[in-house]
Design a protein around this ligand. Sequence first.
Ligand SMILES: Cc1cc2nc3c(=O)[nH]c(=O)nc-3n(C[C@H](O)[C@H](O)[C@H](O)COP(=O)(O)OP(=O)(O)OC[C@H]3O[C@@H](n4cnc5c(N)ncnc54)[C@H](O)[C@@H]3O)c2cc1C
Length: 432
Amino acid sequence: MRAIVVGSGSGGAIAARELARNGFKVTILEAGKPFSPLTHRVSWLTSFRGSWLLKNENSIKHVFPHYGVTRASPDLAIFRGLTEGGCTSIACGNMVRAEYGLKEIGLDLSAEFEEIEKSLTILPIPREKWRPLTRQMYDTAEQLAHSPKPTPKVVDLDKCVGCGYCELGCTTGAKWDSRRVYEDYLGKGISLSTNTTVHKVLLDGSRAYGVLVSHGVSTEKINADVVVLSAGGIGTAQILRASGLPARENLWVDVVLTIGGQMKDSRMLSEPPMAWFIKKDKYILSPYFDLLSFWLHKPWKDVAMQDRVGMMIKLADTEQGTVAAEGTVTKSLTRVDIESLDKARIEAIQILEASGVAGPFVDGMVHGGHLGGTVPLTKDDVETMHPSWLPQDLWVADLSLMPRSQGLPAMLTTLALSLRVARKIIQAKNKS
Ligand SMILES: Cc1cc2nc3c(=O)[nH]c(=O)nc-3n(C[C@H](O)[C@H](O)[C@H](O)COP(=O)(O)OP(=O)(O)OC[C@H]3O[C@@H](n4cnc5c(N)ncnc54)[C@H](O)[C@@H]3O)c2cc1C
């Protein structure tokens, strides 16, 4: 049985491995290049702040092409990993269960969560490895009754040098990414083709039988018994639309806004990002040096790297974005989103100020990178994990399936969802 899996992020990686383990001959088609971290050129890059080289969010693609950048509206930029490993290659390594909205549709992923958690080492960064200010802010948050918790991470503490550049890749191999999920199966059930963009699904009436891809200027049709779209919330929706199939106008991105303050020689970048977090109803707060705002956002320009302090707000935004066939994304902040950010900003500034961080407190760039909701599961789909409006033999295994935004790290949930989908594919194919 031949399966095509489109994308090698969390969703594609675990789906591919599960199918290969069960005898499928799997081809992963990945639009991005093999991943390599940027870390060694970071200090060079910092000297170009404010120059033509780093003039807006699109500039990042020229220095670090593994980032995909889309402007969804004047108030929202979207970043994603377009590379082997998808967003996991540029993730912070945070690993938590994000389950908001699953009960509503009757989907219990506890078994998958447990299985995946057991297969990984998930631990917080010990407090003694935090910067003094991060410890101070944690204690302050506790005193203010915000109940902060150390963030569970998939980071090998023996290898982590605390460089703070997780989102530019990990040079020491300390940080887990989804490539590890399938590497043992390469050449043994899985073949991987990078630099290969899937444009559309080939359909024969109500059945999928392959995909149309391009490598550089050449195009090719590849046939398979099963096609699994794991191209992420934007990529999967784009392929569906280009194939004449619908994608829902329900994109969510988990909006990130980092409030910047300053403290002399706080050196926030000398520790892993997001060492702890506070969970509120619609958002989390977490200490975070926003590299993108530091390099690209003019209002952050006047403070030196070693003195810049950041407190991230990660918001579960309103699910109302759209993705077009050619990849254009349209989404802006709603009134509800703005009100939630206003409330969170006040709390963030309270913690910063009470910890001795000085103002002016300046908003960072508003962006999002947890992309889901474009193929949202409904109650009726949960038994099969196959949205009823998808053709036979076409499946989705990525965060697109998650109906609601989370305001929380999303890798673990993507892995759990996609593992469940892969097992349903195996059952369905064994029956037919
Ligand atoms: C900067 C950043 C940091 C993050 N940090 C964390 C974190 O610490 N913890 C956490 O839990 N989550 C984090 N996330 C979010 C998390 O990594 C993702 O939400 C999750 O992994 C989504 O997985 P996915 O498989 O749905 O999509 P993706 O990871 O986006 O994978 C999709 C893959 O498909 C490929 N692709 C897209 N279109 C095509 C096409 N047409 N043809 C072929 N291939 C295609 C892409 O190149 C990519 O490899 C972070 C995200 C970002 C952007």
